[in-house]
Ligand binder design. Structure first.
Ligand code: SAH
Ligand code: SF4
Ligand code: F3S
Length: 454
C-alpha cells in the first residue's frame, strides 16, 4: 500500500534530525477509539514514534468527546495542563480533534483560551491531518478544518490496533436520529454507510491478523445500508461477515430499538460466531419521556422487542443506556424506568444524568426538577441494577463459559471476558487473545473469579 496522502509529511519528517514522538489521548466512545487507531496508523506510517506519555511528545493529539458537559470540562482541563508542556517544549505541536471541536462556539473558545493550540482538525476528514501537521511544521499559526461539512467516507488507512484481542471496524458514520438530548448528529453529521466491500476487506484482514473479537461500530449499526444502492441491510452484512472462516467472534454497537428486526435476531441465532449479547439502549421506561426524547418506540414496544429476541435467541443477554432526569421527568416517569429495568433484567447498565447540550431540542425544554432529586433517582436506579447484577453473579458460579482472555490487569491478574462482557479474574496466566473455557468458582462484590479448564 502506498498511502500517497502521507508523502508530504513523510518528506518533512525525514528532513528532521531525529525521530519525532507522537502522543494521542482519546475521550468518548469506541468510534473515537477507532478514529484514533487510524490517526496513529497514519502518523506512525509517516514516521512518528508512537509513545504513551505526553511529556516527551513532539506532537500531542486530543481526540475529544462532546456527549456530556462533564466530558467537555475534562478536556478543557487537560488542554489547560498542556500549557506547561508547551512552555518546556515550545516546538511541540498540539492538535485537537473529535466531536467537541465541531461545535463552532467550542472551537472559538479553545482558540481564545488556549492560544498555544496549533491545529483543530475535522473528525470527518482525518486524512487531511498529515498535511496540516506538515504545514504547521513549516510555519507557525492556527490551522482549523472543523467548520466544513464533509460527507464522503475516507478509506485506505494503516491502522494501529489499541488491543491485540480486538479489532474495531466502523461500518457507518454519523447519525440521523436526532434524539432530542443528543449532540452526536450535530457533531458527526448525517448517517453514511461504508461500502460493504471495504468492510469485508478490513474484516478479513482483522481475522487473518488474529484478532479474536471483531467489533462492528456505528451510532446506529442496525440501520446500516439505508442509503446504499442494492439489497443491503445490517442483517445481511452480518451474515456475510460471519461466513468468513476463522476462530473469532463478532460484536456490534450500538443498535437502536427501532431498527432491531426479527431478521437480525434470526441472523444472530443462526451464526455461532456472533455474540449473544446485544447493547440495546432504552434511555427511559416512560413512553411520555421516550416521545419527548424522539426515540420512536413506546416502553411496551421495547419490552415486546426484548421478548421476541429471547424467543428467537434463548441465551441472549442485554445491556442498556439510561438517562435519568431528562427535562420533565416526574417521579412516576422515573418509577416506570425502574419497572422496565426490573422486567428486562439487563446484564449491565450504563446510566447517565441528563446533561444539557446547547443546540439540541431538549436544551430548550423546561427542566424544573432539582439536580438533587436527579442524583437521588440516579442512586436508586444504581441500587436496583446492583441487585440484579448480584443475582446474575450467583447464577454464573459453578458454571463453565467460553471466554476471551483480554490481558493482565493492574494487579497482575489475567482477565477474560464472557460473551455477555462480564469480566472474570483467572487463577493462572493464559496468553492474551485466546479463547479459554473458564469455570466460575466464586463472586465477590461484582468481581468474578474463575479456573481455567482445558
Ligand atoms: N448512538 C448510541 C450512543 C450515543 S452516546 C446510542 O444511540 O445509544 C451514548 C449514550 O450517552 C446514549 O445512549 C445516552 O444514554 C447518553 N447520552 C447522550 N446524550 C446525553 C445527554 N445529553 N445527557 C446525558 N446522557 C446522554
Ligand atoms: Fe444520539 Fe440518538 Fe443518534 Fe444515539 S441514536 S447517537 S443517542 S441521536
Ligand atoms: Fe462522544 Fe462523539 Fe462518541 S460525542 S460519545 S465521542 S460520537
Amino acid at each position: 500500500m502506498s498511502y500517497e496522502y502521507l508523502d508530504k509529511l513523510k518528506r518533512r519528517l525525514a528532513a528532521e534530525d531525529r525521530q519525532l514522538n507522537l502522543y494521542i489521548r482519546t475521550y468518548g466512545c469506541q468510534q473515537n477509539v477507532s478514529d484514533s487507531e487510524r490517526i496513529a496508523g497514519m502518523l506512525k506510517e509517516a514516521g512518528y514514534n508512537y509513545i504513551t506519555e505526553p511529556e516527551d511528545a513532539d506532537l500531542i493529539i486530543f481526540n475529544t468527546c462532546a456527549v456530556r458537559e462533564h466530558a467537555e470540562n475534562k478536556v478543557y482541563g487537560h488542554i489547560g495542563n498542556l500549557k506547561h508542556v508547551k512552555e518546556k517544549k515550545p516546538g511541540a505541536i498540539i492538535a485537537i480533534g473529535g466531536c467537541m471541536v465541531h461545535q463552532k462556539q467550542v472551537a472559538e473558545e479553545i482558540k481564545a483560551r488556549f492560544p498555544y493550540v496549533d491545529i483543530l482538525f475535522s473528525t470527518n476528514a482525518i486524512k487531511e491531518l498529515p498535511d496540516l501537521i506538515a504545514e504547521r511544521l513549516e510555519k507557525k499559526g492556527i490551522y482549523d478544518t472543523t467548520q466544513t461539512e464533509r460527507a464522503e467516507i475516507e478509506e485506505d488507512f494503516p491502522v494501529v490496533r489499541e488491543k491485540a484481542y480486538r479489532a474495531f471496524i466502523p461500518i457507518m458514520y454519523g447519525c440521523d436520529n436526532f434524539c432530542t438530548y443528543c449532540i452526536v448528529p450535530y457533531v458527526r453529521g448525517r448517517e453514511r454507510s461504508r461500502d460493504p466491500e471495504m468492510i469485508e476487506k478490513e474484516f478479513r484482514e482483522a481475522v487473518v491478523a488474529g484478532h479474536r473479537e471483531i467489533m462492528l461500530l456505528g451510532q446506529n449499526v442496525n440501520s446500516y445500508g439505508k442509503h446504499l444502492d442494492g439489497d443491503m441491510n445490517f442483517s445481511k452484512l452480518l451474515a456475510r461477515l460471519a461466513a468468513t472462516e476463522g476462530d473469532y467472534m463478532i460484536r456490534f454497537m450500538t443498535s437502536h430499538p427501532k431498527d432491531a428486526s426479527d431478521e437480525l435476531f434470526r441472523t444472530i441465532a443462526e451464526n455461532p460466531r456472533i455474540s449473544r449479547h446485544i447493547h440495546l439502549p432504552v434511555q427511559s421506561g416512560s413512553t411520555k419521556i421516550l416521545k419527548a426524547m424522539n426515540r420512536s418506540y413506546t416502553a411496551e414496544q421495547y419490552i415486546e422487542l426484548i421478548e421476541r429476541a429471547r424467543k428467537i435467541i434463548p441465551e441472549v443477554t442485554f445491556s442498556s443506556d439510561i438517562i435519568v432526569g431528562f427535562p420533565g421527568e416526574t417521579e412516576e416517569d422515573f418509577e416506570q424506568t425502574i419497572e422496565l429495568v426490573k422486567k428486562v433484567r439487563y446484564q449491565s447498565l450504563f446510566t447517565f444524568i441528563y446533561s444539557k447540550r446547547s443546540g439540541t431540542i431538549a436544551a430548550k425544554m423546561d427542566d424544573p426538577t432539582p439536580h438533587k432529586v436527579k442524583t437521588e433517582r440516579f442512586a436508586r436506579l444504581l441500587r436496583v441494577q446492583d441487585e440484579i447484577a448480584s443475582e446474575f453473579d450467583t447464577v454464573y458460579v459453578g458454571n463453565t463459559y467460553r471466554c476471551l482472555v483480554t490481558g493482565v490487569n493492574d494487579n497482575g491478574i489475567t482477565e477474560a471476558r464472557m460473551d455477555n462482557n462480564a469480566v472474570v479474574e483467572l487463577d493462572r496466566a493464559v496468553p492474551e487473545n485466546t479463547f479459554a473455557n473458564i469455570h466460575i468458582t466464586r463472586s465477590e462484590h461484582h468481581r468474578l473469579f474463575g479456573e481455567v479448564r482445558d
